[in-house]
Design a protein around this ligand. Structure first.
Ligand SMILES: Cc1ncc(COP(=O)(O)O)c(C=O)c1O
Length: 427
């Protein structure tokens, strides 16, 4: 993992500090590339990019281009459009590869997140009589829980026997890497797969994917991750860490809009092997074979060999536009700013004496991304409603957590300061 010197940040409580930090921020113009919801005629404070990212202003043109192609060429758009639809999604793999640390061949753009988790787990979960257990974090996102539960049932296994959930120690809110490693070790003879969230959606904890993967492999298990809250938030090295597979959605930090086309990583060692088991569809076929309409599936020898269906072009157009912004800004620079913004938010939150909450996200910057989760023993929902009424867009997750995610592409130090000032003066 990347080294972060948390002592390098020295913050102050005044507005001057925020304005000075924005002036020094090399990414400060990126805010202008996004549309903001309005509150009393001004941009709202938007700390909800962990749920749905803002709309890049370039998305409309990107969709318009494909509308024109459709209007003017109809089916010809597949082969002769400005961006031929036959391979439309392929152009996005390079940008995504830079974000997750993978080669183009290890990336595919398809479907939605839960669908992709199912597809990948179908490929990599090969239970035997001895080895059939799956380890996941307790309190994983419900869709992941349902996916794993129904997967093991599909193999006629009992979820109680087959699924091991790792919960924080009594009285704690986050997991320790050593404890995860220990559970893997304790189940070394029966473990088939570790399927963890990269960042837990509720606590905001970022797990040590490299160490978890190493340990899973040491005992002969597969390591897969749900990166919904990581992609576009924290740079990764999925290839070098030898992660087997990962899946993500594109509507959070990737800003590709509601229900945007999702993506997946399948390590080269698996994706280059056309015999790796999978559920197939014609879009995973070699292009030169695809239109022969013949019997017998011949997958592409890369992650696109998992694609099933005709690419959803309008939906993918938004992701295409958004990834141009990521290419320009660079995930490492975004992460650098994000560490500062989140640490600044944490610093200001710790100055507040008028409301009572606990920050349950790790204070260690290596164990978190942009998000801070505030746990309110009481009044959580009421405070959330008041935030919304004050023009602060954040979300609430039962029982009592408000999640704050100042995404570095479009949030400023001044936004964080204004947020603090509203809380200090009005709550
Ligand atoms: C961690 C995590 N996993 C899975 C999902 C479900 O994603 P989808 O509805 O795109 O399948 C979400 C949605 O927010 C999520 O946050």
């Amino acid at each position: 993992m990347q080294e972060i010197d948390s002592m390098a940040f020295e913050f102050e409580t005044g507005l001057d500090f925020a304005l000075k930090s924005d002036k020094n921020d090399v990414l400060n113009t990126y805010k202008n590339k996004f549309y903001f919801p309005q509150h009393n005629g001004k941009d709202a404070i938007y700390f909800c990019g962990n749920s749905l990212g803002l709309q890049p202003k370039t998305v409309e043109q990107s969709i318009q281009t494909e509308l024109s192609t459709w209007r003017e060429m109809a089916v010809g758009g597949y082969f002769k459009g400005t961006n031929p639809w036959l391979t439309y999604q392929d152009a996005l793999r390079n940008s995504l590869g830079k974000i997750v640390g993978a080669t183009e061949n290890e990336i595919t753009v398809m479907n939605a997140l839960t669908v992709n988790l199912h597809l990948l787990m179908m490929s990599f979960y090969r239970p035997t009589k001895e080895r059939f257990k799956i380890i996941m974090e307790a309190g994983a996102f419900p869709s992941d829980q349902y996916a794993v539960e129904t997967l093991v049932k599909h193999f006629n296994l009992n979820p109680t026997d087959a699924i091991i959930e790792i919960a924080p120690k009594e009285g704690e809110k986050i997991l320790h890497t050593n404890d995860i490693i220990q559970v893997i070790e304790d189940n070394k003879d029966s473990l088939a797969m570790v399927m963890f969230g990269g960042i837990n959606y509720y606590t905001g904890q970022f797990f040590d994917l490299k160490t978890i993967t190493q340990k899973a492999h040491e005992v002969g298990a597969i390591a897969g991750f749900d990166l919904a809250h990581v992609i576009g938030n924290i740079p990764l090295q999925l290839h070098d860490w030898d992660v087997d597979f990962a899946a993500w959605c594109s509507y959070k930090y990737l800003n590709a809009g509601p229900g945007a086309v999702a993506g997946a990583f399948i390590h080269n060692k698996h994706s280059s092997n056309i015999n790796t088991p999978r559920l197939a569809g014609w879009w995973g076929n070699e292009e030169k074979e695809r239109f022969k309409m013949e019997k017998g599936f011949i997958p592409k020898a890369n992650a696109s060999g998992w694609s099933l269906s005709t690419s959803p072009v309008f939906n993918t157009a938004a992701l295409k536009a958004s990834l141009v912004i990521f290419d320009e800004a660079g995930i490492d620079r975004l992460r650098e700013k994000s560490e500062q913004l989140t640490a600044y938010l944490e610093f200001l939150l710790n100055q507040l004496a008028n409301i009572s909450f606990e920050i349950i996200t790790p204070s260690d910057p290596l164990q978190r991304g942009t998000q801070l989760s505030l746990y309110f023993k009481e009044r959580g929902k009421e405070i959330h409603t008041k935030m919304i009424e004050s023009g602060i867009i954040v979300d609430f997750r039962e029982p009592g957590v408000i999640r704050l995610a100042p995404a570095p592409l479009y949030c400023s130090f001044e936004d964080v300061f204004r947020f603090y000032e509203i809380l200090k003066n009005n709550f």
